[in-house]
Design a protein around this ligand. Sequence first.
Ligand code: FES
Length: 120
Amino acid sequence: MFFKKQTTWIKLFDSLTSANDRIAIGNVATLQIGNKKVCVAHTSEGFFAVNDKCPHNGASLGSGFCTDKGSVVCPVHRYHFDLKTGRAKSGGGDYVQPYPIEVRDGAVFIGFEETVWNLF
Ligand code: FES
């Protein structure tokens, strides 16, 4: 293999308390992380993150809302995207990039996967 996948983890919140204070259950928010805009959703199953830009027409998903069925809903045309897979619930080819979220040592991290050369 000439390439391998590697995940870079970035701390979003120092604690679950600060995460809950920033994004209460049932809410979403847009966070700027480096050069990426990410929509972070807080559901009864925990925190989820997807790319903030709606693939339909570019609206900010972080200005929408999330459902108790695990979707983020775009504020413009109300497309629903599964927070785990990124797929549009209506079917078709619309897809938003999901990012993994992990809670470690009480802090909340987001992972960005990238492909790197693996020559040796
Ligand atoms: S811009 Fe998001 S559904 Fe149309």
